[in-house]
Design a protein around this ligand. Structure first.
Ligand SMILES: [Zn+2]
Length: 506
């Protein structure tokens, strides 16, 4: 079932006007503020989310790629702190406040993008289903250029959290369904299908113009009507939505203009290892997260035409707000795939390095790096020790061909080892899907000849569940206002700091 386009456009307009009204009040205040209020102002904001990545992910990636005395790029940012991430239950409010200690990406995205706590699966609505304006919407209305980049489907929770308002994150499109979009526990009765809160995310993204530059996966969520709507807004669509032709990294490299929409896979983007192993595959034509980051910054920061003139090609050089998500860290953590979890952290950190390089050149950019939550209890275990983790429905060993995941201490044969918690003699169970022992990785200081997957490898990693945990997450930041993220904060705090920096709020 699909509603007429005219009804959708009208609904979207109402939401946009509501956001404008809110913004007008906020910006009006900031423009008349005193000089002291310029503290923490920045021209640009780059907000990088390593989905599912917490301190142990960072530590493990550092050990793996740079050694104990090395640093990931994100670790070199001057301001560092910790962030609590709890969600709330549906209809929670005052005085009946009911927290949920473990958030999902939707609730966390809403906290970061909107500054409000909500229930898991909610995007851009509070715990009672009311619409709240997003940081990216506010930035757009205030004249900033905006970008949204993800290795997930662009309709997935983290990117969608800046550009849409739905009761349930599963309402992504391309078509509406009651099951995916309605939530009677929140609204009591079904909302009319022209209500934006039950309008598929893809329909909203293609029509509301919230992000100027959109790069990621999820082409299958969009249809020919969406392409027409994007084109009508002056958006350069890479590949073809109507023909479901994915864009390529060559298309991205050649892209120009103020508004660019490029989706490189019908679903989520491909892990880096698979692209390296299959260089002639269609998937190998997908850009990496660092490549998308670099291009998004180029498109959003350009103010001059190529050639002799200094004429501005963009209506505003006021600055930009850009969100970058490394989504596959979370997706591979859900799959308990340590090898690709680490690989994707590296790709994300390379994107952080690109953002930092820009910020250093620019001198007036706030860079924030943080995850939205922890995923799968990822941990660094003492070499030679084993856990008892054995879930009733564990994830399939989807990357069993990887020697690191299929490590010799745990899986030399095909039978479960009932004594697997007793130490290094974890002899059996290699192909048992329920036998998830340590993944072992060579680190730079290991002796020559020590390989991934061997018991001699220096880095032993394991997961607990296959889902998120409630651990506080780290935050790294640099640039104007970043000192406010030192110490311990909550995940609604960045909304105020990010919004204040480019004078979008306060
Ligand atoms: Zn997740």
């Amino acid at each position: 079932m699909r509603r007429p386009r005219s009804a959708l456009a009208a609904t979207t307009l109402v939401v946009a006007l509501a956001a404008t009204a809110t913004l007008t009040g906020l910006v009006g205040t900031s423009l008349s503020a005193s000089a002291d209020d310029d503290e923490g102002r920045a021209k640009n904001v780059i907000y990088l989310l390593g989905d599912g990545m917490v301190r142990t992910h960072v530590t493990a990636a550092r050990e793996r790629f740079y050694g104990s005395d090395g640093k990931l790029s994100m670790e070199t940012l001057a301001a560092q702190g910790y962030v609590s991430t709890y969600a709330v239950e549906k209809l929670s409010g005052q005085p009946d406040f009911r927290p949920n200690p473990v958030t999902d990406s939707a609730s966390a995205a809403t906290a970061g993008a909107f500054g409000v706590k909500t229930y898991n699966a909610a995007l851009g609505v509070d715990a009672k289903g009311a619409i709240v304006p997003t940081m990216m919407e506010l930035a757009k209305k205030a004249g900033y250029r905006t970008g949204n980049v993800s290795t997930a489907e662009i309709t997935d929770a983290t990117p969608a959290g800046q550009m849409s308002h739905v009761l349930a994150r599963g309402c992504q499109g391309p078509v509406y369904s009651d099951a995916a979009c309605q939530d009677l526990a929140v609204t009591g009765a079904a909302l009319p299908t022209n209500d934006v809160r039950v309008t598929p995310v893809a329909d909203q993204i293609a029509r509301n113009g919230t992000a100027d530059v959109i790069l990621g996966g999820g082409l299958g969520r969009f249809d020919a009507d969406d392409e027409a709507a994007l084109t009508a807004q002056g958006c350069s669509v890479l590949g073809s939505i109507a023909n479901q032709t994915t864009a390529t990294k060559a298309d991205l490299a050649a892209a120009t203009g103020q508004k660019v929409f490029g989706l490189f896979n019908r679903g989520i983007l491909t892990v880096e290892k698979s692209k390296r192993d299959n260089p002639s595959s269609v998937q190998a034509q997908e850009p990496s997260l660092p490549e998308m980051t670099s291009k998004a910054i180029e498109l959003l920061s350009q103010t001059k035409t190529r050639g002799e003139k200094t004429e501005k090609t963009h209506k505003s050089d006021k600055g930009f707000c850009l969100q970058i998500e490394g989504a596959l860290i979370d997706k591979r953590s859900h799959a308990n795939d340590a090898a690709q979890t680490l690989d994707e952290i590296k790709a994300f950190d390379d994107a952080v390095a690109i953002a930092q390089e820009f910020a250093q050149r620019d001198g007036n950019t706030l860079v924030i790096v943080t995850p939205d939550h922890e995923c799968a209890g990822f941990n660094i275990r003492e070499k030679g020790t084993f856990t008892n983790a054995e879930a009733a429905t564990p994830p399939a060993n989807v990357d069993g061909g990887n020697t690191a995941n299929n490590s010799t201490p745990t899986r030399p044969s095909n039978a479960r080892d009932s004594a697997r918690s007793t130490g290094i003699v974890n002899g059996t169970g290699a192909a048992d899907a329920k036998n998830f022992g340590p993944a072992t990785f060579r680190i730079p200081t290991d002796a020559a000849g020590v390989t991934d997957g061997s018991p001699e490898a220096g880095l032993w990693l394991s997961y607990l569940p296959r889902n998120h945990t409630g651990a506080d997450v780290p935050i790294y930041a640099s640039g104007p206002g970043s000192d406010q993220l030192e110490g311990t904060t909550d995940n609604i705090a960045p909304f105020g700091i990010v919004g204040h920096a480019p004078r979008v709020i306060r």
